[in-house]
Design a protein around this ligand. Sequence first.
Ligand code: SF4
Length: 382
Amino acid sequence: MSQEGYNVTPWEARGKIDYDKLIQEFGVERLSEPLLARINTLAGGLHPLLRRGFFFAHRDLSLVLDDYEAGRGFFLYTGRAPSKAPMHIAHIVPFIATRWLQHSFGVNTYIEIPDEEKFLAKKVDSLEEVEPYIRQDILNIAALGFDENKTFIFRDSEYIGKMYRPAVLVARHINLSTARAVFGFDNETSIGLIFYPALQIVPTLFENRRPLIPCGIDQDPYFRLQRDIAPRLNRYKTAELLSKLAWGLTGPESKMSASEPETAIMLNDPPEVVKKKIMNAFTGGRATVEEQRKLGGVPEVCTVFHWYSLLFEEDDKKLEERYWACKTGKLLCGECKAELVKRINHFLALHNEKVKDVEKKVSKYMYDGKLAQEMWNWEFRP
Ligand code: SF4
């Protein structure tokens, strides 16, 4: 969706995003206090990403909770398109929310690895280019703690035999004019990318229950199409839990991008690289220490504060204390950044240990865990 000063599609998000406007333009609902309170009751708590408003909008989330309460259940679906670079910390944010939902509600989770998407979108030059990153991406995702018997991680190129028939049924219902309007396809778009949304819709048909997709609001267009088609295939319309887009390190209008290393903390960055990147990150600090002491900083535009609030400060009270210490000039950026460096490096060290551990059991997620086995025998029956 292209508007004055910003552009949000599944392939590109840039500019200063007006989320209130996006709620109206995309026709989604705001994640209200009563709905959050209901999740809190049913899940026995609220993840910081929800209670701090990073997830801010939804489609049909109250119906998901109705289904859960009535015993019909629901399932989760998300994915990661491998690229020619490792994953960074912004990539794992939706997976952390998905894992929390899986644990809180005990539901099945499907994770698609569309290993053709970046090639079709002309972001890489060959299919081989992404190959070295696919296994690492899968390990990084599994290491976040998904239930090995309730999670199915699959590569499109491997699972296509099961997906092709339902994708054809989906594709038949999508006209080019609709796809063009939803995704902004033009005459340069490869015909592969035009078919690709059909494949991305298939996992929403895996179970005859309501799918819930936690994702960035930029991914919403895919699932708007799904919602038009699902009733014709006797399946539930997809519900969505939609997040804002995580900031890159170069400012609130930037996006973490693996191709611009200064914007992103990669999951395999060594400690000294993390330090360098955070020390150079865009902050809401003032030009001099004297000014900062006198006027205070501006945490609202600070990428360092943004990352504390997303992943690196779980305690709401401590986050608030940091906010006010910054605002009142008691906290200086050097100290604030140094602490974030410590926390990120601690997180990455732990995460990379978990990656090593998960290597031994990754086949559970892909082939021989309970859900994976079921899915290798799955047939779509509308
Ligand atoms: Fe950002 Fe911390 Fe500096 Fe405040 S003190 S502007 S939160 S880096």
